[in-house]
Design a protein around this ligand. Structure first.
Ligand code: ADP
Length: 448
């Protein structure tokens, strides 16, 4: 191994450099060159040069806080020329507001000096000669020269880093603002979307309702048409008998008039009356049903004194009773009900008319009213032909006639209409009947 000692110059300093291969008994590394040895940096000029060429500002102060040495970078940082910082107080490099506190801080450091970073966790601010401030980062150390304590401060201007940090913070803040705005926008859009959805849902509901209404109107229309054609067929059938009765009775009356047979004339006049009554009943039924189907029946409630009301009805039904049929009424004298008189009259009139039609001459018809709780219950009882058990469930169907109705004239509409009237005044209707013995119809309505 041969010595290859050399010397190099850095500024005013001279370095001794040793270049040589590494020895290895195992072999293989003998020719590896260049390991630098700085141990031979010797003179003061070299230290000075290192001190001056440091990239950080370095200031050394004595125990009283006066600057003993400052390197070029430190001078430039604070805006001073070469040597101008020497003798200045360290506090003169701080903004006024920190100076007092710093004196105490410095004393504490002097009492217990140890290398550390200054102002960890908070921003430090230094003051330039021209009065402007700038952010700095400072590390502290100390040394003992000729038994005098020297404090070293390593100072970096962190303006650029701060600017970058500030810019980053601003971007972050901006980002947060954007995010919040975005969230707001999403919220607004979601709201708008929800509103649109609920509007659409509403429209769907309305459309469905309109469709349902149209369907119901069509259904009603279809039923009315059906009713009209049924009316034509029933009218042509049902009107034929009474009209031919009227015609034959009229020509017979003429004959009996010439022969002056007054009793026979009266008999045919009665026949005409009953035929006309019957025609009127049929027409009334059709009119009522037509109005009900079109929803044109108004309900106007009023107080009805029932005893008087029943007496009136009893009077009215006399015109169609068969020979010897008697109507008896039974009603508590003060009983009143709050309802639509015309509808109630139609209901009872219809039931009494049936009781008469489906009973023989000379039979009795009983009408009674009683008060039960909040309701009033009417009964119309006859001693007629009764209703076969199998037919009873269809009794309120439109155009239904029981199998024993035989040649009793009728359209099968009366009870259907009665049921609809009863519904209109919030009532209920039911009946009991024994085939061949008679029937009782019950109508229950609220008293008020
Ligand atoms: P109609 O015009 O045929 O009398 P309704 O609707 O009034 O029509 O009655 C339907 C059917 O119910 C009648 O055809 C009849 O068979 C039966 N009916 C109704 N009331 C009575 C009653 N009081 N006694 C026996 N049968 C009755």
């Amino acid at each position: 191994m041969s010595d290859m000692a050399n010397r190099i110059q850095v500024g005013a300093a001279t370095f001794s450099l040793y270049l040589g291969p590494l020895a290895s008994s195992a072999g293989g590394f003998e020719n590896l060159p260049t390991i630098m040895d700085f141990s031979l940096v010797t003179n003061e000029a070299a230290y000075r040069e290192i001190f001056q060429s440091m990239s950080e500002g370095i200031i050394m102060v004595d125990e009283t806080g006066n600057i003993a040495i400052a390197n070029r970078v430190a001078e430039q940082l604070f805006g001073f020329g070469p040597g101008e910082l020497i003798g200045a107080t360290l506090e003169s490099l701080l903004p006024e507001r920190y100076r007092k506190g710093h004196v105490n801080f410095r004393k504490a450091f002097n009492a217990d000096p140890h290398p550390r970073r200054m102002g960890f966790g908070r921003d430090l601010t230094a003051l330039r000669r021209d009065g402007t401030e700038f952010p700095v980062e400072i590390s502290l150390s100390f040394t003992q020269v000729q038994e005098q304590l020297l404090i070293m401060a390593f100072i970096s201007d962190i303006s650029q880093r701060k600017q970058a940090e500030d810019a980053l913070r601003r971007s972050e803040e901006q980002l947060i603002v954007y995010a919040a705005e975005l969230e707001k926008k999403v919220e607004l859009r979601t709201d708008a979307l929800n509103q649109t959805i609920s509007r659409l849902e509403q429209q769907v509901v309305e459309r469905k309702r309109a469709e349902e209404e149209t369907r119901r109107a069509l259904e009603r229309e279809r039923e009315l048409n059906e009713l009209k054609s049924k009316f034509v067929s029933i009218a042509s059938h049902e009107f034929r008998t009474p009209l031919s009765t009227v015609l034959s009775s009229v020509s017979l009356i003429r004959q009996y008039k010439e022969r002056q047979e007054y009793e026979k004339q009266d008999k045919h006049i009665d026949r005409i009356k009953s035929s006309v009554n019957h025609l009127t009943l049929i027409l009334n039924d059709f009119l009522s049903l037509g109005k009900l189907e079109e929803g044109k029946v108004d309900i106007q409630s009023e107080t009805v004194v029932l005893s008087a009301f029943l007496e009136e009805i009893k009077e009215e039904v006399q015109s169609f009773l068969k020979a010897g049929q008697v109507v008896t009424t039974n009603c508590p004298s003060a009983l009143e009900v709050w309802t639509d008189t015309r509808t109630l009259r139609n209901i009872l009139f219809n039931l009494i008319s049936n009781a008469s039609k489906y009973s023989d001459s000379g039979k009795k018809i009983y009408i009674s009213v009683e008060h039960q709780g909040s309701r009033v219950i009417f009964q119309v009882r006859d001693e007629g032909i009764g209703i076969p058990a199998d037919d009873q469930k269809h009794l309120f169907d439109r155009f239904f006639r029981a199998s024993n109705a035989g040649n009793v004239q009728g359209t099968g509409l009366g009870l259907h209409i009665v049921k609809r009237y009863v519904d209109l005044i919030s009532g209920e209707i039911f009946f009991t009947s024994v085939y061949g013995e008679g029937s009782t119809f019950y109508v229950s309505i609220p008293q008020r």
